[in-house]
Design a protein around this ligand. Structure first.
Ligand SMILES: [Zn+2]
Length: 107
């Protein structure tokens, strides 16, 4: 197992979305600390950070590439957007459609 990235506690939704996108690409992964948010204050703050892990080390480079692409696309444009493929509306921070998996910049 290899850690892809660490999220801020308030990015928990993004961590879940990215996990689903990776799974759609056939990449087995999991989010750690996903459910620890409510325990904040009782355990060290940093242990509450959601983490995205890839199960298979060999797939890690591909997963990392996909993830970087999605996040880069999301960083360029922060406005809410509509997926041209399925019509789903997304918050500006998402670089890919959570519904059909299309990257945002393929319009
Ligand atoms: Zn879509």
């Amino acid at each position: 197992m290899k850690k892809l990235c660490t999220f801020s506690p308030w990015q928990r939704v993004e961590a879940t979305v990215l996990r689903e996108l990776l799974e759609r690409e056939g990449i087995a992964c999991l989010v750690r600390n996903e459910n620890l948010f409510s325990a904040m204050g009782e355990i060290p703050f940093t242990e509450c950070f959601p983490e995205l892990w890839v199960i298979d080390d060999e797939i890690y480079p591909r997963a990392k590439l996909l993830l970087d692409g999605w996040r880069a696309a999301g960083g360029q444009k922060r406005r809410a957007w509509t997926c041209p493929h399925c019509g789903e509306t997304h918050e500006g921070q998402f670089g890919a459609c959570w519904k059909c998996g299309r990257p945002r910049n393929q319009e």
